[in-house]
Design a protein around this ligand. Structure first.
Ligand code: ATP
Length: 363
């Protein structure tokens, strides 16, 4: 059975003082339970406190208040070196003057492991991340993706229970990013290692995580599986951050036990009643959020009309920026074989919504 509270953060706070009497609260009372073997991602915009949280878990920063509990034991004051939670950094942080073998072996050498054990474990780690044959090279002689795999091998060789990742793919180009994240996920699953991963990239978080923890202004705003976060964002911030949603102002005109009718741009739409959380009444001013892929576009006139401002053909989909009465919105339409709609700049179109995908929030 999975141990659900393997790593626990309890009411963690981090204040930074700048020496001129100002205090920045980087992390503001967060609590989180991480199950053994889970891949948990802290996701949020720049400055939301995700790196500071990760660095407190690693022991690189000391929390102002709160506790970090690993396997039932408080580790608040244990130095980073003794936590056995290696971190994989964005910058790889390899030793340039050491070979790949020596880089991977470094942590074992410091722990004074016997030579034979080191040789054996480094070979296993190199094999795990497909680096065999490159052991005698120096980091400068490897591609960025290969260097990041060395960094991963250097962490794996310590047989850690937890690996920490600080935006490890940010320096790689788009294709390598996808390859390397697949590699990280494969090895993490194979070895059943617990992973705590920091990124500001939504698609990276959605693809790699068992659990996504969304942070904003030092606080956790939602945590859940990628599907939960994507399909049931807890508020406008998550809707926008994870789904690049379009937002519309509306007024509630009618409520029954399944739908809320909202007047929107001079028309009526029926949106699903939220299952939990907020309750609504007639006359409420609301915000409706809808993802670009739930906006349908067709030629001619309809209840909602607009004009194509930008059309970007992306292969499997086409993304449109549409100008309408209240501003701009985005639609993403699928290009199924033989059915490609390429509306041009300036073309008048009608748009509609797959209304089951509307999310409603109080203004
Ligand atoms: P990014 O993606 O840009 O790294 P982040 O979400 O990881 O952002 P943090 O690096 O954790 O955010 O920073 C959170 C807040 O704490 C920011 O306002 C930042 O300026 C501040 N901060 C971080 N480190 C320090 C420090 N050493 N001294 C003072 N303020 C700091």
């Amino acid at each position: 059975m999975k141990q659900n509270d393997y790593l626990m953060l309890k009411n963690l706070v981090k204040d930074f003082h700048d020496g001129r009497g100002n205090t920045v609260r980087a992390v503001d009372d967060i609590s989180l339970s991480i199950a053994k073997g889970d891949f948990v991602t802290l996701l949020g915009p720049s400055g939301c406190g995700k790196t500071t949280t990760l660095r407190m878990v690693a022991g690189f920063e000391v929390q102002s208040t709160g506790d970090i509990i690993l396997d039932g034991r408080k580790i608040n004051t244990i130095p980073a070196f003794d936590r056995n939670m290696p971190m994989v950094f964005q910058s790889y942080a390899l030793f340039p003057h050491l070979t790949i073998f020596e880089n991977i072996a470094y942590g074992l050498k410091i722990r004074k492991m016997p030579k034979e054990v080191i040789k054996n474990d480094v070979a296993l780690a190199a094999q795990m991340v497909n680096l065999v044959g490159l052991e005698d090279r120096y980091p400068g002689e490897l591609s960025g993706g290969q260097q990041q795999r060395v960094a991963l091998a250097r962490a794996l060789v310590l047989k850690p229970e937890i690996i920490l990742f600080d935006e490890p793919l940010s320096n790689l180009d788009a294709k390598l990013r996808i390859q390397t994240r697949t590699e990280i996920k494969r090895v993490q699953q194979l070895l059943g290692i617990t992973a705590l991963y920091v990124t500001h990239d939504q698609s990276e978080a959605l693809s790699i995580s068992d659990t996504i923890v969304i942070m904003n202004n030092g606080k956790i705003v939602q945590s859940g599986s990628p599907e939960e976060i994507y399909n049931h964002p807890a508020g406008p911030f998550v809707s926008d951050f994870i789904g690049n949603a379009n937002f519309f102002d509306g007024v509630v005109t009618e409520i029954d036990n399944r739908f809320i009718s909202v007047s929107l741009l001079g028309s009526e739409v029926q949106v699903p009643l939220p299952t939990a959380g907020q309750s609504f009444s007639k006359g409420d001013e609301v915000v409706l959020a809808i993802k670009p892929e739930a906006v349908e576009v067709r030629p001619g006139k309809g209840a909602f009309n607009g004009k194509i401002e930008v059309s970007s053909f992306l292969g499997a989909t086409t993304e449109y920026k549409i100008e309408y009465a209240d501003g701009f919105m985005t639609a993403i339409t699928p290009n199924t074989q033989g059915e490609i709609h390429n509306y041009r700049y300036g073309q008048e179109i009608a748009f509609s919504f797959k209304k089951e995908f509307f999310r409603i929030y109080k203004r």
